[in-house]
Write a protein that binds this ligand. Structure first.
Ligand code: GLA
Length: 441
């Protein structure tokens, strides 16, 4: 749902009951009879911890109120029929196929996120047949807010529920479903992403951010007491075309893997452990990397590139822990922050950490772009406590911590700055920490 009033464009979340109605109606329009039920899975915004998931590090996403809703009926003949609409009442696309044709690389495009999940569930030993489904997405597409993970997760949860594959309310089973969704994305859709988005969509809870240890899969629900302290999260979708996002994402992942290998670690998270949480420890790791890379014959430029990528992983990991400590202290009321004493001071101290994260992604990991830099600095100039790009980078969205009640003014200033810079007009979302995937009816 889009609202504008001559000013900023707001992408409002659709109430679940309305989205469920739309999905059920789309189902009835395309597939004879009724669906067995309706499920929803949210998109996500990552508060902090970027490009750490595939490095085995900590990430801190929250589920958005914007979700993908699916009316589903299972079948036993292996046939897959899916109709999908990118918005309420939007144009629908239909795809039909058979489970026997699904596998690495096939089908292509959005059906991979549906069919791939069934394939991955079967690969994991579950007895699943085909399905008829009608999908309505209210997660903005191409905004870097995980619309594809939401699609995978809604299918996984619906099928798991209908085929009684496990205890769908248990986090441990949801972790298994998330793993199947990641496999669908990596192998069928051939996108080499980490597991943050699927964990967020399936394992988040309302009013919390999800601290995921990507190495072990362990999660902690971190309270996000923003509204009661007069603070809010604003998502700014730059609507910038994603430039080279696939290739650049892959090259960042490859650089991280190379740096880990040169350091003799399986994942860069182990280099974080080696650094031991001190600045001197981090410098020692980077200097060891310089030597190892040069000895392995990497050119001077490549050596410095690997050092910058690794520095981002080291500093970003520390920032995730810093934000978690601040939010936990704010929730417990035990807060002594840099900007004063009390919960609000601790929450406000999160702001500069977000901004430092943006600088690290811009300068060390080099995944920002002018559109993202402009919206972040304009938000800060308009009074945001901090802002950073979020997600894969090279376009997509940024997230800002703002004082509640200033959202409209910050959005207006950001919009003006983007237009002034000759960039596309951004769109805005209110990021209320919402529940993970669930059955609606
Ligand atoms: C994309 C990927 C995630 C994660 C982020 C960066 O959203 O899908 O797995 O790597 O980028 O943090």
């Amino acid at each position: 749902m889009t609202t504008t009033s001559g000013g900023p464009t707001w992408l409002e979340a659709v109430p679940p009951s309305r989205a469920a109605e739309a999905a059920a109606a789309l189902f009835a329009e395309h597939w004879e009879g009724a669906a067995d039920g309706v499920w929803s899975a949210p998109g996500r915004v990552n508060l902090i911890g970027e490009h750490l998931d595939y490095n085995g590090g900590p990430v801190l996403p929250l589920a958005l109120p914007h979700s993908t809703v699916a009316a589903v009926r299972t079948r036993t003949d292996g046939v897959l029929r899916v109709v999908s609409s990118a918005d309420l009442g939007g144009e629908a696309s239909v795809w039909q196929g058979h489970l026997s044709e699904v596998g690495p690389g096939a089908p292509e495009g959005w059906p991979a996120y549906v069919a791939g999940v069934l394939w991955a569930l079967r690969e994991a030993g579950h007895d699943v047949g085909g399905l008829d489904a009608a999908v309505v997405s209210t997660v903005p597409l191409g905004a870097g807010l995980s619309s594809s993970a939401a699609l995978e997760c809604v299918v996984a949860l619906a099928v798991a529920d209908l085929a009684a594959l496990g205890e769908t309310s248990a986090d441990a089973f949801r972790a298994e479903l998330a793993a199947a969704c990641v496999r669908a994305e990596n192998e069928v859709a051939r996108a080499s992403t980490g597991g943050m988005d699927q964990a967020a969509s399936l394992r988040c809870t309302a009013e919390h951010a999800l601290l995921l240890d990507s190495a072990t899969g362990a999660v902690t629900q971190v309270p996000l007491p923003l509204a009661e302290h007069g603070r809010a999260l604003l998502v700014m979708d730059t609507r910038a075309p994603h430039r080279h996002s696939g290739g650049e994402y892959g090259s960042r992942r490859a650089a991280s893997e190379r740096a880990a290998q040169l350091l003799g670690h399986g994942l860069l998270a182990q280099a974080v452990d080696e650094a031991g949480g001190t600045a001197a420890g981090a410098e020692a790791v980077l200097s060891r990397l310089r030597t190892a890379a040069a000895q392995a014959g990497e050119g001077a430029e490549r050596v410095e590139e690997l050092v910058r990528r690794t520095r981002h992983v080291l500093t970003e990991t520390a920032r995730v822990h810093q934000v978690v400590s601040l939010l936990t202290a704010a929730a417990e009321g035990s807060c002594v922050g840099l900007s004063g004493v009390g919960a609000v001071a601790c929450i406000d101290d999160v702001g500069p950490v977000l901004s430092a994260s943006h600088a690290s992604m811009r300068d060390d990991y080099e995944i920002s772009c002018p559109e993202l830099d402009v919206v972040c600095s304009a938000a800060e100039a308009a009074g945001a406590l901090g802002a950073r790009m979020t997600g894969g980078g090279f376009g997509g969205s940024a997230v800002a911590l703002v004082r509640a009640g200033t959202e409209q003014a910050v959005a207006a200033a950001v919009r003006a700055a983007a237009l002034e810079a000759g960039h596309p007009e951004p769109a805005f979302l209110r990021a209320l920490a919402s529940p993970g995937a669930r059955r609606l009816r």
